[in-house]
Design a protein around this ligand. Structure first.
Ligand code: IPE
Ligand code: IPE
Ligand code: MG
Length: 250
C-alpha cells in the first residue's frame, strides 16, 4: 500500500483533475456524541468546534478553495434555551481565538436576532481575515428557504420586475463563493435540513454515520476520494469530448 504522503499527493492531484473547489459540511451528531459518554449535549458542541478547526486545516492542505459549514439553522431555535445559549457562547469564544491562518471567514445567514456582542465579533472576524486564501462560510441562523426569499426581496427592492438565475445567485449569502461541488453530512441522517438548496442543484452528496466530533482527516479523504471517482454529467453525456446540440464542444 502507498504511504500516506504518496496517497495525499495522489488525492491532491485527483482534486485538481476533478476541479473540486467547494465542500460544504452538515456538522451533525454533536449531541449524540456527548450523550454516548453520558455528558451534556453542550460537551459535544465544544468538541465539534475542535473538529471544525481541524477540518479547515485539512481542507486547506488538500487545496480546497472554499468550505461552508452549517453551524446553526433557522430551525435550531426550537431547541432548549440552555443549549442555544451554549452554542452562541461557544461561537463568541471561537471568535476570540485565533482563526486558522488561512481562513477568510464569512458568516452567512440572518444575523439580525444575534446579540450585539456577537454581531460585533462577527464583523471584526470578517474584517481581520479578509483576503486570505481559503474562504470559510459559517452558516449561522441559516435557512436556505429564508436565503432565497431574502434574495427575492432584495431584487424587488432594487426595482426588478423580472429576474434571472444569475440575479438570484448573486443575491444569495454565498455570492462570490465558487459553485458548490460536494456536501458531506455526518451523523447518519440522509437529508439536507434546509441547507444550500439552490447551490446544491448539481452538487454531489456524501453521507457518513460518523458523528461530527469523531470525523478524522482520513474520513474527509474518503469523502473527497468518493467525489473524485464520480462522473458529473450536468445533464450531458459521459464522453470525454462531445458536441452539444448547438455544436459547441463541451
Ligand atoms: C449538530 O449536532 C449541531 C447543531 C445542530 C447545532 P446536533 O446538536 O444536531 O447533534 P445530534 O444530531 O442531536 O446528535
Ligand atoms: C442540521 O442539523 C443543522 C446543523 C448541523 C447546524 P439538525 O440536527 O438541526 O438537523 P435535523 O433536525 O436532524 O434535520
Ligand atoms: Mg442533529
Amino acid at each position: 500500500m502507498a504511504n500516506t504522503h504518496q496517497t495525499n499527493n495522489e488525492l491532491k492531484q485527483a482534486i485538481i483533475d476533478s476541479k473540486l473547489r467547494h465542500i460544504a459540511f452538515i456538522m451533525d451528531g454533536n449531541g449524540r456524541w456527548a450523550q454516548k459518554q453520558n455528558k451534556p449535549r453542550e460537551y459535544g458542541h465544544k468538541h465539534g468546534t475542535e473538529t471544525f478547526k481541524r477540518v479547515i486545516e485539512h481542507c486547506h492542505d488538500l487545496g480546497i478553495k472554499c468550505v461552508t459549514v452549517y453551524a446553526f439553522s433557522t430551525e435550531n431555535w426550537k431547541r432548549p434555551k440552555k443549549e442555544v445559549d451554549s452554542i452562541m457562547k461557544l461561537l463568541e469564544t471561537y471568535l476570540d481565538e485565533k482563526y486558522p491562518d488561512e481562513a477568510c471567514v464569512k458568516f452567512i445567514g440572518d444575523m439580525t436576532p444575534l446579540s450585539d456582542k456577537l454581531k460585533k465579533k462577527i464583523k471584526k472576524a470578517e474584517r481581520e481575515t479578509e483576503g486570505r486564501p481559503l474562504r470559510v462560510n459559517i452558516a449561522l441562523n441559516y435557512g436556505s428557504r429564508s436565503e432565497i426569499t431574502n434574495a427575492c426581496n432584495l431584487l424587488i427592492q432594487e426595482g426588478k420586475t423580472f429576474v434571472s438565475e444569475e440575479d438570484i445567485s448573486s443575491h444569495l449569502y454565498t455570492s462570490g463563493s465558487p459553485e458548490l461541488d460536494l456536501i458531506v453530512r455526518t451523523g447518519g441522517d440522509i437529508r439536507i435540513s434546509n441547507f444550500l438548496l439552490w447551490q446544491a442543484a448539481y452538487a454531489e452528496f456524501y453521507f457518513t454515520d460518523t458523528l461530527w466530533p469523531d470525523l478524522t482527516d482520513n474520513d474527509i479523504n474518503e469523502a473527497v476520494a468518493s467525489f473524485c471517482s464520480r462522473k458529473r454529467r450536468f445533464g450531458g453525456l459521459d464522453t470525454e469530448k462531445s458536441k452539444s446540440s448547438n455544436g459547441v464542444e463541451q
